[in-house]
Ligand binder design. Structure first.
Ligand code: ASP
Length: 137
């Protein structure tokens, strides 16, 4: 287990993996991968591959979401968070606003990066990592 991951040993490290990135030229990218949810019906797609719901990237930022896909789809969560960044909010405040759309009974998490840095928000215990060119934060 890598050193940076040891502090998360007690967390169930499976399920969705989301990533957002800003390159040195200021271009953004997002990716989201998932195993889906418990008891899902055959053929269920979920939110993860749906642009605007499970992920979104544009000239001003990138967002990746995790949680209960049916509820994330209804709120077009990643685009909602991106739009807040585009309005000038920090990625952290935009992520907080996104998670605040959901009642506490709906598990959800978001990671986002904007022109001025990154942010993450969740309403369950989730693991987030960030790194820069020089080090893992
Ligand atoms: N959002 C995913 C889905 O509903 C599940 C997850 O993020 O863990 O398929």
């Amino acid at each position: 287990m890598p050193r940076y991951a040891r502090k998360w040993k007690s967390v169930h490290l499976a399920g969705t993996v989301g990533a957002v990135a800003r390159d040195r030229r200021g271009r953004f990218a997002a990716g989201t991968s998932t195993g889906g949810t418990a008891f899902m019906l055959p053929g269920r797609v979920g939110d993860s591959p749906i642009v605007g719901a499970g992920l979104y990237a544009g000239p001003l930022g990138a967002v990746s979401a995790t949680g209960f896909g049916e509820e994330i789809l209804k709120r077009v969560l990643s685009k909602f968070v991106y739009d807040r960044i585009a309005e000038g909010l920090s990625a952290q405040r935009a992520a907080d606003r996104g998670v605040a759309l959901f009642p506490k009974t709906v598990p959800v998490g978001v990671i986002a990066v904007g022109p001025r840095g990154w942010g993450e928000a969740c309403n369950r215990h989730m693991a987030f990592f960030a790194s820069t060119k020089r080090r893992t934060l």
